[in-house]
Design a protein around this ligand. Structure first.
Ligand code: KIV
Ligand code: ZN
Length: 397
């Protein structure tokens, strides 16, 4: 791998699989196809299109995505299309059936490795888990060159056992090893150390790409993903708006914008066209019915809105005083200076000028008093409110 490749993080989007597992987030096949087209346009490297063994509908949706989005009409490289499978022949066969028409198909198979999952859920011993991984990864590899393996609940697994299972997965043909923090339990330093440990101790690891897949139960999914990338992982598994099981998955927009905004620190790049981010966020929100909280990083309605007078004054002098990225860079409309009770005279004057009113100093002082009185009664002052205030002010007998 060249140095340039070494700094390139592959973005693996699982909105259509882990994201769709959010309560109530079910999408129709037509919607899934539209999402996959958008992800491809955005430059996502790998699209996990679904879990084909889950239902005939899921299999059909993945197949359609593989047929269309997984092949390019214009000679450009299409994204890898991936289907999830438990470590069972039936699941792997279904995943293969669904993805095989893509130019670059991938089978992603997983088996839990934490003691709690092995004892209570799988009712399997460590030895049985190792043998199952050997058999099923080999089977997946007999069908498809590109195989990803995930030790589910890796964040709570014994690292020594993980090294062994991952070594067997590589020996059996896995080319990507995905490390899930399935229940969002780890802390960033811990997760980073887990990835370093895997890179240092897993036999044959240099043949595989290490991937990270974090859940947000403690609000640490993005921090953990970034810690994993800093430790040497080169694939990040993410969803648009961070949708996913329980508190969700790592948000695509957050990881991509962290890497872009702090590029001098991380020196890592992605192939994402960031100007598509807000559009994709809205598409997912419309299709799933899951609204985005207004203060959500990058894509929330308030991510580029400023109300405090001091902030608005700073923004009017130089946008970099209170913005670390430009709204256009993620496809958002221009920064908003929201007029409310915290706003100052500078912001009021600027908004009035944009509405065509040039007030003299005395008029502005009076106008500002009336504005503050109204702002105490209303959450936000709209342009219509300003028009009404101006006509009262200027045309009062
Ligand atoms: O969170 C998880 O462990 C998963 C695996 C299937 C990768 O989603
Ligand atoms: Zn997951």
């Amino acid at each position: 791998m060249s140095t340039a490749d070494n700094n390139r993080v592959r973005i693996f989007d699982t909105t259509l699989r882990d994201g769709e597992q959010s309560p109530g987030a079910t999408m129709t096949s037509a919607e899934k196809l539209e999402v996959a087209r958008g992800l491809a346009r955005m430059g996502v490297d790998i699209i996990e299109a679904g879990f084909p063994a889950a239902s005939p509908d899921d299999l059909e949706a993945v197949r359609k995505i593989a047929d269309e989005v997984g092949n390019s009409a214009d000679g450009s490289t299409p994204p890898v299309i991936c289907g999830l499978a438990r470590c069972s022949k039936n699941d792997i066969d279904k995943a293969w059936e669904a993805v095989k028409s893509a130019a670059r198909p991938r089978i992603h198979t997983f088996l839990a490795t934490s003691d709690i999952h092995m004892e209570y859920k799988l009712k399997m011993t460590r030895e049985q888990v190792v043998e199952k991984v050997r058999d099923m990864v080999s089977y997946a590899h007999s069908l498809c060159d590109d195989v990803e393996f995930s030790p589910e609940d890796a964040g709570r697994s014994d690292p020594q056992f993980l090294y062994k299972v991952l070594g067997v997965a590589i020996q059996s043909g896995a080319t990507t090893l995905n490390i899930p923090d399935t229940v969002g339990y780890t802390m960033p330093a811990e997760f980073g150390a887990l990835i370093s440990g895997i890179i240092q101790n897993t036999p044959g690891v240099e043949k595989a790409v290490i991937s990270v897949h974090c859940h947000n139960d403690l609000g640490l999914a993005t921090a953990n993903t970034i810690a994993g990338l800093q430790a040497g992982a080169r694939q990040a598994e993410v969803t648009i708006n961070g949708i996913g099981e329980r508190a969700g998955n790592t948000a695509l927009e957050e990881v991509v914008m962290v890497l872009q905004t702090r590029e001098p620190i991380f020196k890592l790049t992605t192939g994402i066209d960031t100007t598509q981010i807000v559009k994709m966020s809205k598409l997912i929100s419309n299709y799933t019915g899951i609204t985005v909280q207004p203060n959500k990083a990058i894509v929330g309605a308030n991510a580029f809105a400023h109300e405090a007078g001091i902030h608005q004054d700073g923004m009017l002098k130089n946008q970099q005083t209170y913005e670390i990225m430009r709204p256009e860079s993620v496809g958002a409309s221009l920064s908003k200076l929201v007029l409310g009770k915290h706003s100052g005279k500078h912001a009021l004057k600027t908004r009035l000028e944009s509405l065509g009113y040039e007030l003299g100093d005395d008029e502005l002082v009076k106008m500002f008093e009336r504005f503050k009185m109204l702002a105490d009664k209303k959450k936000m002052i709209t342009d219509a409110d300003l028009e009404a205030l101006v006509s009262d002010e200027l045309y009062q007998p």
